[in-house]
Design a protein around this ligand. Structure first.
Ligand code: AMP
Length: 359
């Protein structure tokens, strides 16, 4: 069995590492000659929009999955006619467009911030009027890690926001005064089996995930998250890992976005859960029995963004696990992470504090 992975980033690398023990082989597609996946498997070099390379990938593997979302969905629909492509191209297409994503949430009765499409300055004026202030103007496509966003505090910001982003399709959404951000990660196999991980509580700075703790125990929120996740599974007859990121306000979840793939806020599952998100993704798309999503103790995950602490400094912290992705450091680039596991939340927080200090 050979799985093709579109994108050879750190997610692809971790997927491959979790699949090798099952005897699965991998072939990546990535334009970059030094992508992290290349450390653990062969890379077919080509752009994600290179139809010839996508066809070559499809011809050389039994099944295709992805670690990036900016893959042209029309090309994917073509290759999916002959080579199974999971999670489903429709789920990928929806997640690529913030307007489609929020429209789906609305249709599935999953609470989401008030939003409106913006294609002109006049639209923005109307949207600010209807949705209210403060708000965030975002590019509908290709925005990630806080890129392609502009926060509006007053009507005086409208011109500047339009000038900053206004040449592409946009969405304006209400700013949510949240008490916390959480994400849920679940998995559904091609045989319909479903498992859900405990919630992770996530801290972002400048739109980038800095650290997560898990499990974040809150029975009410866990139940809401599972209900919403299952609605999305049903909508797409989904197979693979699915992540939904939420804001928590007054004890209720408000969905921000979904990712039809393994997710940064689930890296803790490598050491902190009975089965990692990466292994469960491979199991799910191959139709194998899923592994337990139970947490083992208490975990904290810290991203290394732009700079990496010394391996020795991190490994001297009890319960710390170091993951370098072999990427060149650049500002705002995720180049590694560390997960600490502990037997109590207090011990976890102490270890997490030490990792943050080592950074
Ligand atoms: P996103 O790229 O949509 O995941 O946004 C990145 C981060 O920006 C989120 O995790 C939040 O911390 C913040 N953010 C995005 N949208 C909103 C919103 N509507 N209200 C409040 N904070 C937001």
């Amino acid at each position: 069995m050979k799985i093709g992975i579109i994108g050879a980033g750190q997610l692809g690398r971790m997927l491959a590492l979790s699949g090798y023990p099952f005897g699965v082989e991998f072939l990546f597609l990535d334009p970059s000659p030094d992508a992290p996946g290349g450390h653990v498997g062969p890379i077919l070099h080509g752009g994600f929009d290179d139809a010839a390379k996508l066809n070559e990938l499809a011809a050389r593997v039994d099944l295709i999955t992805f670690d990036v979302e900016n893959v042209p969905v029309d090309a994917i629909r073509e290759i999916a006619k002959t080579t199974p492509f999971l999670p489903q191209p429709d789920a990928l297409g929806t997640s690529q467009d913030r307007l489609a994503e929020k429209t789906l949430f609305r249709a599935l009765k999953i609470p989401t911030p008030a939003f409106q499409a913006v294609d002109s300055l006049a639209d923005l004026v109307t949207a600010v009027d209807r949705v209210g202030l403060p708000g965030i103007l975002k590019t509908r496509r290709l925005g990630y890690d806080g890129r392609g966003q502009f926060r509006l505090r007053s009507a005086r910001d409208i011109e500047a926001a339009w000038a900053a982003l206004g040449s592409v399709p946009l969405i304006y959404e209400a700013f949510v005064d949240f008490s916390r951000e959480v994400s849920v990660i679940g998995v559904r196999s091609t045989r319909g089996e479903i498992r859900v991980y405990p919630l992770a509580a996530n801290t972002h700075e400048d739109g980038i995930l800095r650290h997560s703790i898990a499990p974040y125990r809150n029975a009410g929120l866990q139940k809401q998250a599972e209900t919403y996740l299952k609605r999305v599974f049903r909508r797409f007859d989904y197979a693979g890992i699915l992540t939904i990121e939420f804001f928590v306000r007054q004890g209720r979840l408000i969905a921000n976005e979904m990712a039809p793939r393994v997710h940064n806020s689930g890296h803790w599952t490598i050491e902190g859960a009975a089965t990692s998100q990466f292994e469960n993704h491979i199991r799910a798309i191959l139709g194998l029995p899923l592994g337990s999503t139970e947490a083992i103790g208490h975990s904290g995950m810290v991203n290394f963004i732009g700079t990496m602490p010394a391996v020795e400094a991190v490994l001297s912290i009890t319960g710390a696990h170091f993951h370098g992705y072999g990427k060149a450091p650049r500002p705002n680039r995720k180049i590694g992470h560390c997960t600490v596991t502990a037997s109590s939340p207090a011990a976890r927080d102490k270890a997490l504090g030490k990792v943050l200090k080592a950074l």
